[in-house]
Design a binder for this molecule. Structure first.
Ligand code: SAH
Length: 203
């Protein structure tokens, strides 16, 4: 991959959720935001040749992106069968995705260590504390975490980082468009403000 923009274009061609599940908070990351997160990690030497974990991989945009940037191995963990099916189809799209190992399972039961976690976990608005659970899991499995949260929960994420001896290396606010894939959405497109973080274990 020669640039962040080429990566974003490649990721924009992936298949999305067919019927996003509200209970599972299946909001796919936009290709631009996924590329930005991955590129930041890549520039810091955290992707190429590394073992990357994608927790709550959904349709696999972060996992595929990490593979395209030369990860030695990507483990993509997703518990929803419908999303997992799309994820497997997306792994057929590009060369390099053989490095991705898709696992249909609950993140709660996953325990493999990696060099870095990349994730866009449930925001915890439907299932309370789903965001905390994902952060705890990520912190237990890798020394560096790239993660996306609703900006309204910034205090919580920073308090979590502090209590878990993680440094907030990077935090950027972005608009996150939630497309009308769910019946209850009245407007065709609703933006929520999210923050992309890099959290790193203190030495
Ligand atoms: N990472 C993807 C999907 C984000 S949506 C992207 O960036 O586009 C969050 C995903 O986490 C959903 O696909 C949901 O099914 C999955 N998920 C939620 N709880 C989970 C759990 N306990 N174990 C595994 N996957 C889970």
């Amino acid at each position: 991959m020669v640039s962040k923009q080429t990566l974003a274009v490649a990721l924009s061609r992936l298949k999305a959720f067919h019927h996003a599940s509200l209970a599972l908070e299946q909001y796919a990351t936009e290709s631009e935001l996924a590329a930005e997160l991955l590129w930041h990690a890549h520039m810091r030497g955290l992707i190429a040749g590394k073992r990357v974990l994608d927790l709550g991989a959904g349709t696999g945009i972060l996992a595929v992106g990490a593979a395209l940037l030369g990860a030695a191995e990507v483990v993509a963990v997703e518990k929803d069968e419908a999303a997992f099916k799309v994820l497997r189809q997306n792994l057929e799209m590009y060369e390099g995705c053989e490095q991705v190992r898709p696992l249909l399972m609950d993140v709660a039961a996953f325990g493999e260590q990696g060099d870095v976690v990349v994730m866009n976990p449930p925001f915890g608005t439907k299932e309370r504390h789903a965001d905390r659970f994902f952060l705890e899991k990520a912190a237990a499995l890798a020394p560096v975490i790239y993660t996306i949260h609703k900006s309204t929960t910034d205090n919580f994420v920073r308090a979590f980082a502090h209590d878990s001896h993680l440094t907030v290396v990077w935090a950027e606010r972005r608009r996150f468009p939630i497309k009308r894939s769910m019946a209850h959405h009245e407007k065709p497109r609703k933006d929520v403000e999210v923050t992309v973080y890099c959290l790193e274990r203190k030495a």
